[in-house]
Design a protein around this ligand. Structure first.
Ligand code: PNS
Length: 161
């Protein structure tokens, strides 16, 4: 059974991520949730906070661990001895960028396979950026993120419902 890596920004972890993590954890013996960092990108939460939130959310899955990476995903895969990348697919609009990422990773490191899990319908329109926007505008986020993530968002945006 190969080791699989589920990479993402996790800024912050949502119930959509947890849906993919739960389902991928039953498909692979070991799943590494890899919190990515791009120095050119601005995040709401820094790397340490994003890792902590993901770790707390993944505690209930015994075969899931959380790590972080900067730089190329394929280098992180090599470091972990993994050849499988897991990504969630929501609407058709995700497809083009995901195809580009999957093919690029396979060119950069031949043998890397990306496995796509279709999102569960209730999370079809959920994304971290939507959660960040709702939080920024003071709306309720409890239906989208676990309580410990909601608490972090409330600490960041005190006007949050
Ligand atoms: O949650 P996101 O923002 O969709 O995650 C994107 C992420 C972090 C998985 C992606 O940007 C990534 O793999 N970044 C690492 C840089 C890299 O390897 N780029 C080349 C492949 S396109």
């Amino acid at each position: 059974m190969p080791v699989a890596v589920y990479p993402g920004s996790f800024d912050p972890t949502t119930y959509g991520h947890l849906d993919i993590i739960e389902r991928a954890s039953s498909l692979f013996e070991r799943l590494i949730v890899a919190v990515g960092g791009n120095p050119a990108k601005e995040y709401l939460f820094d790397m340490a906070d994003r890792v902590e939130m993901a770790e707390q959310a993944c505690r209930r899955f015994p075969n899931v661990e959380v790590d972080s990476f900067t730089g190329l995903l394929v280098n992180f895969l090599a470091h972990c001895g993994a050849n499988v990348v897991v990504r969630g697919l929501r609407a058709v609009s995700d497809f083009e960028s995901e195809l580009q990422m999957a093919l690029t990773n396979r060119i950069l490191r031949p043998g890397v396979e990306t496995v796509f899990l279709m999102t569960s319908p209730e999370f079809l329109y959920l994304s971290s950026s939507t959660v960040r926007e709702i939080a920024l505008l003071g709306g309720p986020v409890h239906t989208f993120v676990p309580p410990h993530v909601e608490a972090r968002l409330k600490a960041r945006f005190p006007s949050l419902d």
